[in-house]
Design a protein around this ligand. Structure first.
Ligand SMILES: C[S@@+](CC[C@H](N)C(=O)[O-])C[C@H]1O[C@@H](n2cnc3c(N)ncnc32)[C@H](O)[C@@H]1O
Length: 212
C-alpha cells in the first residue's frame, strides 16, 4: 500500500464515527445499488457529524440522500428534537434509504422528500443550521443560491466533491460536471457574502459560512 493510502487507513481507524449501522449501510449499498462510490465514508461522514455537533444543529437540510449514509451519520449528533430534511430524486435509492432509516431509532429524526431538490428547497423556510450539498453537480450553484438566504446566522453549508478526483485542476477537462464544479468553486470564492475553506477530505469538501 502507498504511504498516502496507509495514512488514510490509519485516519479511518482512529476516527470514532464509524458504527455498525453505517457499516451495514455501506455493505447493503454495494450489494443493491449502482454507483456505490457515491457513498460518504468514515472521514467525510465523520466531519459532517462533527459539524452537526459543533453548530448545535436542530435543522439540517441534505441535498442528495442516496442510500442514507450521510443522513444517519448526521442524525447521530442531533438532539432528540432535531430534524434532517433530505432530498432525493430517485425512487429506488429513496426506497433503500427509507429502509435504512426505518431500521434505526435515529430514522425518526429524518424526513425524506422525494422529488427535485429545488422544489423541496422552495417549500422550506429554514433557518438551516447545516446544509449538506451532495447531489447533481450542475445544480450546485442553484442550490447554494437557494439555501444561502435560509441559512441560520451561525449556520454552515458543506459541499461535497469540490475536488472531483482532482479533475477541477485539469484545464483540458471540459466535461459538464467538471466545468460546473470549477465554476462553482470560483463563484463561492468570489462571493463577498460568505467565507469558505476547501478541505482535501474525501473528494474535497468545501465549508461555507456567512461573512462577518
Ligand atoms: C452523491 S449521492 C448522495 C450521497 C449521500 N449524501 C451520501 O453521502 O451517502 C447524490 C444523490 O443525489 C440524487 N440527486 C441527483 N439529482 C437530484 C435532484 N435534482 N434532486 C434531488 N436529488 C438528486 C441522486 O439520485 C443521488 O442519490
Amino acid at each position: 500500500m502507498a504511504h498516502d493510502d496507509l495514512a488514510l487507513e490509519y485516519a479511518r481507524r482512529h476516527s470514532s464515527t464509524d458504527s455498525p449501522l453505517l457499516r451495514e449501510i455501506t455493505e447493503t449499498t454495494h450489494r443493491e445499488l449502482e454507483l456505490p462510490q457515491m457513498l460518504s465514508g468514515v472521514l467525510d461522514g465523520g466531519l459532517l457529524t462533527a459539524f452537526v455537533h459543533a453548530t448545535r444543529a436542530r435543522l439540517v437540510l441534505e441535498i442528495g440522500t442516496f442510500s442514507g449514509y450521510s443522513s444517519l451519520a448526521m442524525a447521530s449528533a442531533l438532539p432528540p428534537d432535531g430534524r434532517i430534511v433530505t432530498c432525493e430524486i430517485d425512487e429506488a435509492r429513496a426506497a433503500v434509504a427509507r429502509r435504512h432509516f426505518d431500521s434505526s431509532p435515529l430514522g425518526e429524526r429524518i424526513e425524506l422528500r422525494l422529488g427535485p431538490a429545488m422544489v423541496t428547497i422552495s417549500s422550506l423556510e429554514g433557518p438551516f443550521d447545516l446544509v449538506f450539498i451532495d447531489a447533481d453537480k450542475t445544480g450546485y450553484r442553484d442550490y447554494y443560491e437557494a439555501v444561502l438566504p435560509k441559512l441560520a446566522a451561525h449556520g454552515v453549508i458543506v459541499v461535497d466533491n469540490t475536488l472531483w478526483s482532482g479533475r477541477v485542476l485539469d484545464a483540458t477537462d471540459d466535461s459538464e460536471n467538471t466545468v460546473a464544479l470549477r465554476e462553482f468553486n470560483d463563484h463561492v470564492l468570489a462571493d463577498e457574502r460568505t467565507e469558505c475553506v476547501l478541505l482535501p477530505v474525501g473528494d474535497g469538501m468545501t465549508v461555507i459560512w456567512a461573512r462577518g
